[in-house]
Design a protein around this ligand. Structure first.
Ligand code: NAD
Length: 469
């Protein structure tokens, strides 16, 4: 990149070479993403393989130094990155959205750089001793979704690089520019071929996951694609971390003070306009507070500003793409047809743009309705009444997904007891979806396997080796 060139100018290719990428809100073209082929993929994996030994030989201290320099550079370019992300993904600049996501990119990069991982002594007895060392695996394939494209890419690449692996990233075809921009910053600091981006669709992703020279696949996306990756990894025996879909339940316990939880509850459901893997997707509320919770959420839904991401007033944005817009519309229409009560929203908002859908609260709905049983991944939350806590726990667990869950109560100890009975990789009390770079994150059941972040995350991109003497 030469002085004065924007990051977008540096990553976008010409109209004839590339694929037009629209602004999620206005549908105007932002730029053109490269269209890579199978031959490009072959070249990138070969070069990543060749670059790996020298990268590994630099050692942890030097790799950490470079990652810290990258984190500084992300901070120095934060506003430009956030604006591009906001346009391409649709999320507003403010609130828990684009600026927040770019901030998380530097925080998670730094955390991967600075988390110690020493060899572990697992046995010591008189003269004998066994230690586990963590070596690089080789070449990592990182495949991501379109909802938090920059942050999730950092979750995949920063620990992988720290541990001495080289990485080929495949962003979602819906949000390639955000990831190309992020990698552009990374590559100002990394040696050549240590990190590259293949810009292509699911077919390119499939070719990548079956490639014999891939040692590890970090995948975040749908359960359906996750199953295909498990199948293709039977060819290369690549290690897998699968962060898949979620249909996270939340349970509001009897007698909870609704005003104390209202904002957290709303944002637990509507963070990133509901397009978040571990957001609250079905809310079970005790009879004693049901009407108050429904009314309070409806009030918030009606007053939260929704609009174009670059408009500073917005805290809710559009659906990122038409497929997701159609899923959300059809799930709400189905709920209405079943007799559920739409308390707020319940319709598109075409005056804002083609992919805007109003923040929607749906009451008097039961398990079995599609909006409850399927992941909606958008701004529509079903609120289900219950009268018996055991029954609510049973219904919350009656899902093949197990990413996150939450329990809401004035009595935190009582909430923790309920949390122990919930089947999920993470359970939050009086909040939903809060993440910390040192706290392991991952799903159970059809939400995937493997953990990211902290020490567990570093180990997940390393080969354990036992040295005994
Ligand atoms: P998706 O599975 O459609 O796509 C994800 C990525 O996989 C894209 O880059 C896509 O091109 C690629 N892909 C598609 N087919 C492939 C194949 N056969 N082999 C390899 N790669 C392939 O998912 P999406 O619609 O982009 O994302 C939404 C889903 O992701 C939701 O279900 C959401 O819950 C989930 N998600 C999970 C987490 C988590 O941490 N658990 C985080 C974000 C999103």
């Amino acid at each position: 990149m030469t002085a004065g060139t924007s990051i977008l100018e540096a990553i976008t290719v010409s109209e004839t070479e590339g694929r037009a990428i629209p602004d999620a809100a206005t549908r105007e073209t932002i730029g053109y993403a490269p269209v890579h082929t199978a031959a490009d993929l072959e070249g990138m994996i070969t070069r990543a393989r060749q670059a790996q030994p020298a990268w590994n030989a630099l050692g942890h201290d030097e790799r950490s130094r470079l990652l810290n320099a990258i984190a500084d550079d992300i901070e120095a370019n934060a506003e430009e990155l956030a604006e591009l992300l906001s346009r391409e993904q649709g999320k507003p600049l403010g609130g828990l959205n684009a600026r927040f996501e770019v901030g998380a990119c530097s925080v998670w990069t730094r955390s991967a750089a600075n988390t110690p991982l020493e060899p572990e002594v697992v046995f010591e007895d008189g003269g004998s001793r066994a230690e586990v060392h963590y070596d690089a695996l080789g070449v990592v394939a990182a495949i991501g979704p379109w909802n938090w494209p920059m942050m999730i890419t950092v979750w995949q690449i920063a620990p992988s690089l720290r541990m001495g692996n080289t990485v080929v990233v495949k962003p979602s075809e819906y949000t390639p520019l955000s990831v190309l921009a992020l990698v552009n910053i990374y590559n100002r600091h990394l040696p050549e071929d240590v990190l590259s981006v293949i810009s292509g669709d699911g077919e390119v992703g499939a070719a990548m996951t079956a490639h014999p020279d891939i040692d590890k696949i970090m995948f975040t996306g749908s359960t359906e694609t996750g199953r295909k990756i498990v199948e293709s990894s039977s060819n290369n025996l690549a290690r897998l971390t699968l962060e898949l879909g979620g249909n996270d339940p939340g349970i509001v316990l009897p007698g909870t003070t609704v005003s104390a939880i209202a904002e957290n509850l709303f944002w637990g459901c509507f963070i990133n306009t509901g397009q978040t893997c571990a957001s609250l997707k079905r809310l079970y509320v005790h009879d004693s507070v049901y009407d108050e919770v429904v009314e309070t959420l409806a009030q918030l839904a009606k007053t939260m500003p929704m609009g174009r991401g670059l408009d500073d007033a917005s805290v809710l944005g559009p659906l990122q793409n038409e497929v997701q817009f159609d899923i959300v519309s059809s799930l709400v229409d189905d709920a209405r047809a079943r007799g559920a009560r739409i308390v707020a929203g319940g319709a598109p908002a075409p005056e804002l743009g083609p992919l805007f859908y109003q923040a929607t609260i749906v009451a008097d709905i039961e398990d079995g309705a599609e909006l409850v049983d399927r992941e909606q991944f958008g701004p529509a939350i079903p609120v289900i009444r219950y009268s018996d806590v055991d029954d609510a726990v049973r219904r919350a667990n009656d899902s093949d997904q197990g990413l996150g869950a939450s329990v809401w109560s004035d009595d935190v100890d009582a909430a923790v007891e309920v949390a122990k009975r919930l089947q999920a990789g993470s359970v939050w009390i009086n909040q939903h979806g809060g993440l910390n770079p040192m706290v392991p994150f991952g799903g159970i059941k059809a939400s995937g396997y493997g953990q990211e972040f902290g020490v567990a995350g570093l180990k997940s991109v390393a080969a354990p080796k036992v040295i005994s003497r």
